[in-house]
Design a protein around this ligand. Structure first.
Ligand code: TMP
Length: 203
């Protein structure tokens, strides 16, 4: 038997979080370990509809509307997440910390409102572990340039991402439930490092 933790992958644009969640999914599949994987915003059918609306380049929402749309997308996912809670390993590409990092540290929405709404939505659903991927500006810009499609949030100023990443680091500080993955370092070594940690989380 293996454990069924909830594992979240966080980080700013170009930080490599999706790369690692892909690799972890591959590992779980290969080892026949049951898991579900979602991304936020998006993940389930209704939530994907909200994703399109939020991230569309032509959309222009104020920061409160943005917050409520991200939470609406989460609200559509939570039933599915709770249904699988502790029955399968759960991998989430961005979750509640994205809201704190982007909407609070990046855009200045009051933290207490975000915490309150997240708590209201999540109830007893708890994150067990978070991989926080970090990247320097040079590499972030390089990686964003390689993307075919940029969304509304890919086009913020560099200073904004700096604030968001610093916010993430504040959230993770002194917590054993976070592992920082420095994506400026060798990708193969990072890959092994993440899988090793994953093995500890599920065994
Ligand atoms: P991604 O799926 O390509 O990472 O893009 C999603 C964007 O949405 C990313 O810029 C971060 C942003 N976001 C928030 O601002 N708040 C949130 O709560 C979530 C889940 C994402």
């Amino acid at each position: 038997m293996y454990k069924k933790p909830v594992i979240v992958f966080e980080g700013i644009e170009g930080s490599g979080k999706t790369f690692h969640i892909n690799n972890v999914s591959k590992y779980l599949k290969k080892n026949r370990i049951k898991f579900i994987r979602i991304r936020e915003p998006g993940g389930t059918q209704n939530s994907e509809k909200i994703r399109k609306l939020i991230l569309n380049k032509k959309s222009k929402f104020n920061e409160n509307s943005d917050l409520l749309l991200y939470l609406a997308s989460r609200s559509e996912n939570i039933e599915f997440l709770k249904k699988n809670y502790k029955k399968k390993v759960i991998l989430i590409d961005r979750f509640t910390d994205s809201t704190i990092a982007y909407q609070h540290y990046g855009l200045g929405v009051k933290l207490s409102i975000i915490n309150h709404l997240n708590k209201y939505l999540l109830g007893n659903f708890k994150i067990d572990f978070t991989f926080l991927n970090i990247v320097n500006q040079k590499n972030m810009i390089k990686r964003l340039k390689q993307r075919k499609k940029l969304n509304r949030y890919d086009k913020f100023k560099k200073k904004f991402y700096d604030k968001v990443q610093k916010g993430y680091l504040k959230i993770a500080k002194n917590s054993k439930k976070y592992q920082i993955v420095n994506s400026n370092l060798n990708i193969e070594l990072n890959k092994k490092f993440v899988i090793k940690k994953l093995e500890k989380l599920i065994r």
